[in-house]
Unconditional design. Structure first.
Length: 228
């Protein structure tokens, strides 16, 4: 009996093979994959065996010859689902990433992630190039280059911005949800808010590194320039 469940979680090694095959143009698995693992993945219908001419093994009348394995449709779906899980863990809300859209390989943008992925795998990000929110595919995000990152480790201090990327507040929070609650409380009592109301502002967030935390609110603008 074949195990065709789409809810089965691949092992770390199986996930590694799925990710490698997903990157290959023909969705071909590495030739040195372990035979026992390939057998299990065949049972789960994540892969199919192909001849050297690309046809499925067992079809036609030509000699068998050497074979290889490629992702099936179910395997592609499984690989993409786990790719999205991995990327979601990497590009959490408030982190900086490089945006490389697949349809424009030469375009690059440095963005701050502002949402979890929707059902189509898209996230909202604050674009450093356009200084506004844009929606991008999670799979088009890459780790930010070192030159785009401020020195130091990520902290539990967050910059709270408006939709144009202007820094408004700095708050503490171990998670995005905690930072959001802190921002709402701070906006209600911040001395800096006396000259203008922060009510109704759609806040954006960026987790700061130790080397860019401003000592006072007056330093927010200078810190933003340094970290751009």
């Amino acid at each position: 009996m074949k195990d065709t469940s789409t809810n089965v979680t691949p092992s770390p090694y199986q996930t590694e093979l799925l990710m490698a095959a997903l990157k290959d143009r023909a969705h071909r698995l590495p030739s040195d994959a372990k035979a026992t693992t390939l057998h299990l993945m065949l049972r789960r219908q994540w892969i199919r065996e192909h001849r050297a001419d690309g046809r499925l093994q067992g079809t036609g009348t030509e000699p068998t010859g050497p074979t290889h394995f490629r992702l099936s449709h179910a395997g592609v779906r499984t690989a993409k689902r786990h790719q999205r899980i991995q990327l979601t863990r990497t590009h959490t809300i408030g982190t900086i990433a490089a945006y490389h859209p697949a349809h424009a390989k030469r375009h690059q943008d440095i963005v701050a992630v502002q949402s979890r992925p929707d059902t189509e795998g898209h996230v909202k990000v604050l674009s450093g190039r356009f200084r506004r929110l844009i929606t991008v595919a999670l799979t088009d995000l890459r780790p930010a280059p070192p030159a785009a990152l401020a020195p130091g480790e990520l902290t539990d201090t967050w910059a709270v911005m408006d939709q144009h990327g202007t820094w408004l507040l700095i708050v503490e929070g171990t998670t995005h949800s905690a930072a959001r609650r802190a921002a709402r409380r701070a906006a209600a009592r911040a001395p800096e808010a006396k000259s203008r109301s922060l009510r109704g502002v759609v806040f954006l967030y960026r987790r700061l590194r130790s080397g860019e935390i401003p000592a006072t609110f007056a330093e927010l603008h200078a810190a933003a320039v340094r970290s751009a």
